[in-house]
Design a protein around this ligand. Structure first.
Ligand SMILES: *[C@@H]1O[C@H](CO)[C@@H](O)[C@H](O)[C@H]1NC(C)=O
Ligand SMILES: *[C@@H]1O[C@H](CO)[C@@H](O)[C@H](O)[C@H]1NC(C)=O
Ligand SMILES: *[C@@H]1O[C@H](CO)[C@@H](O)[C@H](O)[C@H]1NC(C)=O
Length: 170
């Protein structure tokens, strides 16, 4: 009887742990606002090229390890900086918040960033997408032109930007 009780308990714990991992941390699914699970990262971040982006994570007590990653590269783990990029700085590492800042954001910084947290020996992750916008700019436009009535004419206007701008003629 004693053996049964001894075997039963860890098995039950294991099942509960597996279920918690299964239901609370669907890996790769972005955490939405209103989601009650922790860690909780902010929603997707949209910044303009040249601005600073803040990646914020709200944590609870019992968190033993925290890190922010750019794809699979660790940027910060706790107070330690792992990347060489001088634009990446630690903003706060407190009991409730773990945030980093990316300064002078450029288009190649766009993509998924992941925060990884260890609570009670359970690793959890949540993901946020950094979206970089670039102001629309006209790079090429037809010059003034005179033509005879009845002739066809093509006018060109090429613009760049993110998201891709729509060009209209009046
Ligand atoms: C994130 O990763 C991309 C792809 O490796 C890289 O081009 C970019 O500089 C990185 N940005 C930061 C802030 O680490
Ligand atoms: C965040 O951005 C990614 C990629 O653009 C998108 O798939 C995802 O739905 C976005 N999540 C939220 C919460 O807006
Ligand atoms: C002008 O374009 C129309 C449509 O493409 C064509 O049918 C017509 O022949 C063209 N006119 C001239 C003068 O090139």
């Amino acid at each position: 009887m004693g053996v049964c009780g001894y075997l039963f308990l860890p098995w039950k714990c294991l099942v509960i742990v597996s279920l918690r991992l299964l239901f609370l941390v669907p890996t790769g699914v972005p955490v939405r606002s209103g989601d009650a699970t922790f860690p909780k990262a902010m929603d997707n971040v949209t910044v303009r090229q040249g601005e600073s982006a803040t990646l914020r994570l709200w944590v609870r007590d019992r968190v033993t390890r925290v890190a922010w990653l750019n794809r699979s590269t660790i940027l910060y783990a706790g107070n330690d900086k792992w990347c060489l990029d001088p634009r990446v700085v630690l903003l706060s590492n407190t009991q409730t918040q773990y945030s980093i800042e990316i300064q002078n954001v450029d288009v190649y910084d766009e993509g998924p960033y992941t925060c990884s947290v260890q609570t009670d020996n359970h690793p959890k992750t949540s993901r946020v997408h950094l979206i970089v916008q670039v102001s629309p700019k006209i790079v090429e436009i037809s010059s003034d032109i005179s033509i005879n009535e009845g002739n066809n004419i093509s006018l060109t206007c090429i613009a760049t930007g993110r998201p891709e701008p729509t060009v209209t003629w009046r």
